[in-house]
Design a protein around this ligand. Structure first.
Ligand code: CA
Length: 427
């Protein structure tokens, strides 16, 4: 039986609106009070299956003799390659299957290997080798262009011929729940004569998906579509925190640098490409036709519903400020990867590629505050009457997302961060 079969049920109870049914089995890294060593697990209902404990019990033979799950990242497991990912996922699915007695009827092993998620601390799931970020939603690129450069030059001339991106920082990719300090930097307000150094005044989020590469490529080589496909281990939610005022002053002529290097938050769970396979959908028509090296077969996108939630210190509960979908992307994750390698740039196990901000056609489908407040000129109102153009200290911002199946959903948990005050400016 395929691990994606909608009919599969686990003996672990899973609510219909849970992010983590047996069809998902996303990988994360966790620790507990009883065992502080970060280790690899998969989410199932309200529990985590400790794969290190399961491997020690001899129940994941496809992963080999070495316990790659007794590790503070999924990288060692990913490095085993796509055939092993598939075989291990099938073994985990079988262990959690309601019809399978091995774990279900072993009370001692269940007690040691099934950890209540509320009792676990979730860590960054991978050691990020390198992080590149793209700019592949046509709606977002058009909106950002209009806001920054004006209506006439909304979309740059290269945008329709390639997935535009830049090399960002792996060192500041953090797990959901990590506070985000308001950055200091140089900025020059439009009417100011000189730049000044101080706290970012236009602190923003970018609702994105992240692609995690589980296999690398050789320097000097290009990737075929099937090679690229086999390198994608899975997906996360990703918030590319952005300091708009710092960005506006620094980005000419080499693009964003420090404005996006101070923090990037990802969800604690990496949902495998295999689990998302049933949710592939057509993307927008690409005109002009992409160069041959960027060509991809049908259904290049994924139908993943995404939402952005904001909670200010004055609010009791978060309010949804945007609802968008990964399927809106013009350039797909696979095309981004094929483009990334086209000059011979080597890709590595643990590379993270950001999709770029995901915006839709409508006012309630925008993936950044830059767009929601139209460059800060039109602050939006929250349910409690507060207004926001950009993020204030104490604001908490979360991304959530899932693919909806028939009676179950493939979810990601959330990518959350709360803004803390800037450091004192040195004099
Ligand atoms: Ca971005």
């Amino acid at each position: 039986m395929s691990p994606n079969d909608p009919a599969l049920k686990s003996f672990v109870p899973v609510a219909p609106d849970s992010d983590f049914p047996i069809q998902n089995l996303p990988y994360g890294v966790f620790s507990t009070a009883a065992d502080a060593r970060p280790r690899v697990g998969v989410a199932i209902g309200d529990f985590i299956l400790d794969l290190s404990a399961i491997h020690s019990a001899g129940l994941l033979p496809a992963a080999g003799a070495a316990n790659v799950f007794a590790s503070p990242s999924v990288n060692d497991f990913m490095a085993l390659g796509p055939a092993i990912w598939k075989a291990v996922r099938a073994e985990i699915s079988d262990l959690l299957n309601a019809a399978s007695a091995t774990l279900r009827d072993n009370a001692a092993l269940r007690a040691s290997a099934l950890v209540a998620r509320k009792n676990a601390t979730l860590h960054l799931p991978l050691k990020v080798a390198a992080f590149s970020d793209f700019f592949s939603s046509k709606q977002h690129a058009t909106n950002a262009g209009k806001i920054i450069r004006g209506e006439a030059s909304a979309l740059a001339p290269n945008w329709l011929t390639m997935p535009i991106g830049y090399n960002s920082r792996a060192s500041t990719v953090v797990a959901s729940g990590t506070p985000v300090r308001r950055p200091l930097g140089q900025r020059k307000p439009r009417n100011a004569e000189h730049p000044s150094f101080g706290p970012c005044a236009n602190l923003d989020c970018e609702l994105e998906m992240g692609v995690v590469l589980g296999a690398g490529s050789q320097m000097g080589e290009m990737l075929t579509e099937s090679q690229a496909e086999s390198m994608i281990f899975g997906f996360t939610l990703l918030n590319d925190w952005s300091a708009r005022d710092i960005q506006a002053w620094e980005y000419v002529p080499l693009g964003p640098f420090l404005a996006k290097a101070f923090a990037t938050t990802i969800s604690p769970w990496i949902v495998t490409a295999e689990a998302l396979e049933p949710f592939r959908v057509e993307g927008p028509k690409q005109e002009p036709a992409p160069f041959p090296y960027l060509r991809q077969g049908p259904k290049r996108n994924y139908d993943v519903a995404l939402e952005l939630l904001l909670k200010t210190p004055a609010m009791d509960a978060p309010a949804r400020i945007s609802k968008t979908n990964f399927s809106f992307m013009y350039w797909s994750s696979l095309q981004q990867l094929m483009h990334h390698a086209c000059t011979g740039c080597a890709m590595s196990v643990g590379d993270l590629l950001g999709s770029g901000t995901i915006s839709g056609d409508n006012r309630d489908q925008l993936g950044s505050l830059l767009e929601l407040s139209w460059g800060g000129s039109n602050p939006f109102e929250l349910p409690n009457g507060e207004k926001r153009a950009f993020l204030q200290d104490g604001d908490s911002l979360a991304i959530r997302g899932y693919a909806q199946g028939d009676g179950y959903r493939i979810g990601f948990g959330e990518a959350e961060g709360t803004i803390t005050p800037a450091l004192t400016v040195p004099v």
